[in-house]
Ligand binder design. Structure first.
Ligand SMILES: [Zn+2]
Length: 159
């Protein structure tokens, strides 16, 4: 079995007057992430981890934020396109492990929905999509609620 691991990280600012999308799910919150797309930090980190595992560059190469066709795009579409790229390159996904780093909102009750959204696109069982969350104990930009971070690792195997 030929296995390949990939890592991804993404950051977005949190601002008022934006919908808050995380893991493909809309979460009610007073702020949302700022970005060219819907700024779903978790899906972007997963895309980068998949592309990294296949050595296919990064999300900015495939879906540039200078391209107006990606303006406010649902990042689930970007994840689907990334899964398609991975598949075309001859890989299937084994599992995804992620950690979110944010102070608020509390996302525990949304994790199941996020797992389902991601697993559906990646054609995986729910227990192959791990989503963990932590805070930074009020330190730094995450602690000041100015932004959030997502980290992802993805394991691929050759088809
Ligand atoms: Zn992003």
């Amino acid at each position: 079995m030929n296995l390949r691991i990939g890592f991804g990280i993404d950051f977005h600012q949190l601002v008022t007057d934006r919908e808050f999308w995380l893991g493909g799910v809309r979460i009610p919150h007073s702020k949302g992430a700022l970005g060219h797309s819907d700024a779903d930090v978790l899906l972007h980190a997963i895309c980068d981890a998949m592309l990294g595992a296949a050595c296919l560059g990064d999300i900015g190469i495939h879906f540039p934020n200078t391209d107006n066709s990606y303006k406010n795009i649902d990042s689930k579409i970007l994840l689907q396109k990334t899964v398609d790229l991975i598949s075309k390159a001859g890989y299937s996904i084994v599992n995804i492990d992620t950690t979110l780093c944010l102070e608020e909102p509390k996302i525990k009750s949304y994790i199941n929905k996020m797992q389902d959204a991601i697993a559906g696109i990646a054609a995986l069982p729910q227990n192959a999509v791990s989503i963990k969350a932590t805070t930074t104990e009020l330190m730094g930009f995450v602690g000041r609620k100015e932004g959030l971070v997502a980290y992802a690792t993805v394991l691929l195997e050759t088809i």
